[in-house]
Design a protein around this ligand. Structure first.
Ligand SMILES: C[C@](O)(CO)[C@H](O)COP(=O)(O)OP(=O)(O)OC[C@H]1O[C@@H](n2ccc(N)nc2=O)[C@H](O)[C@@H]1O
Ligand SMILES: Nc1ncnc2c1ncn2[C@@H]1O[C@H](COP(=O)(O)OP(=O)(O)OP(=O)(O)O)[C@@H](O)[C@H]1O
Length: 319
């Protein structure tokens, strides 16, 4: 090797990282199976779901800087990548901000410090891909690391369950069947080793609006599908079903057309709306099929990209 050759920095941000900073991966998810049931007295609905992590992910950079006073301060900035629309929300409205504050409270932490977080967004929002929930799970893991708290501390899981129905899944990742409101682990499944496509029309669906539309016109799934999801050992055995799809279709004109188009593409082995939408995924026979479908979807003006099913979870990326 030539010792005089210029050093190649593969990650341009690495040059700006301080010693002690933490970098995290926050994967997207999709729901292979989603069966929404009765509305409970706490306002949440019973749900049985099989979630699968995807290789598509956000990246979080977290730092802890000692301060002279003022207790805990949190600063979150969000940077849209890959042509995504900028998420224009205040730092304190970001679920990452809420996650760090909640964990500090649960741990009884009162140091004077600034937790600074920079989120690189690759996961579209209001897409049913769990971007905010995954960022929140990664922020819990990252704050624990910065504070020297054990990654298995019960406060992390407690905080995840309080932040939202999907957050706990991202602490586990891979493929898992969940019950309760979607936060209670039922069992782990062997992940799927297949290429996939994600497609999203213009516009998103608010999760709470989808649940309200569902209550106005509920859809029931077959008991046999529910049993199959609860018994499935491999992700490939799970019946692709989502009884929230009709509700989301009623909220976003063009969504039903996009779902029908995706199901009809050559090389698609199965497809479904993801969570509460508005994105959908298709399991593809080959990566070439996935690339061709992405190109065709983009020609129609939709956001689209290839991805793969993954066994990842929200986690620190080793330096
Ligand atoms: C559609 C899914 O993404 C499927 O994984 C989840 O069910 C939604 O999970 P999430 O985005 O983490 O949702 P949360 O942030 O906890 O809740 C947003 C809103 O969705 C509704 N909600 C959510 C989950 C659930 N089991 N029942 C509900 O009724 C509630 O009105 C809640 O106020
Ligand atoms: N870090 C974050 N990333 C994305 N959205 C966030 C974040 N923090 C707060 N939000 C708010 O939450 C809303 C929905 O977030 P998110 O992208 O997780 O929803 P979703 O795609 O419907 O996912 P889910 O599958 O969990 O329902 C956004 O429109 C935004 O206002």
């Amino acid at each position: 090797m030539n010792e005089n050759a210029p050093m190649v920095v593969s990650d341009p941000l690495a040059a700006f990282e301080r010693e002690g900073m933490v970098k995290l991966v926050a994967p997207a998810k999709t729901n292979l199976f989603l069966n929404i049931g009765e509305k409970r007295p706490d306002g949440y609905h019973e749900a049985t779901t099989v979630m699968h992590a995807l290789t598509l992910h956000d990246v979080l950079h977290m730092d802890c800087i000692a301060q002279g006073g003022g207790g805990l301060q949190i600063e979150v900035s969000c940077h849209a990548r890959e042509g995504l629309e900028q998420l224009s929300i205040a730092s304190e409205d970001n679920i990452v901000h809420k996650a760090i504050a909640l964990l500090a409270c649960k741990l009884g932490r009162s140091e004077n410090e600034l937790i600074s977080v920079r989120i690189e967004k690759h996961i579209p929002h209001e897409a049913g891909l769990g971007g905010g929930s995954s960022d929140a799970a990664a922020a819990l893991v990252g704050a624990a690391k910065l504070w020297g708290v054990d990654a298995d501390a019960p406060e992390i899981r407690e905080a995840a369950c309080e932040l939202g129905a999907d957050v706990a899944f991202f602490l586990h990742g891979g493929c898992a069947c969940l019950t309760g409101a979607g936060e209670v682990f039922h069992h782990t499944l062997d992940p799927m080793k297949k290429a996939a496509v994600l497609v999203k029309p213009e516009g998103g669906v608010s999760t709470s609006a989808a649940y309200i539309a569902f209550d106005a016109d509920p859809v029931a799934l077959d008991a046999a599908d529910q049993e199959a999801a609860l018994a499935a050992v491999c992700a490939e055995d799970v019946p692709l079903r989502n009884n929230l799809a009709a509700a989301s279709e009623s909220l976003l004109p063009g969504l039903a057309e996009m779902l029908a188009w995706l199901a009809d593409q050559e090389g698609v082995e199965g497809s479904l709306m993801s969570g509460s939408g508005s994105a959908a995924f298709a399991v593809c026979a080959t990566f070439d099929d996935a690339c061709r479908i992405v190109a065709a979807a983009r020609n129609r003006g939709w956001w689209a990209r290839t991805t793969a099913f993954s066994s990842a979870r929200a986690a620190v990326i080793p330096r």
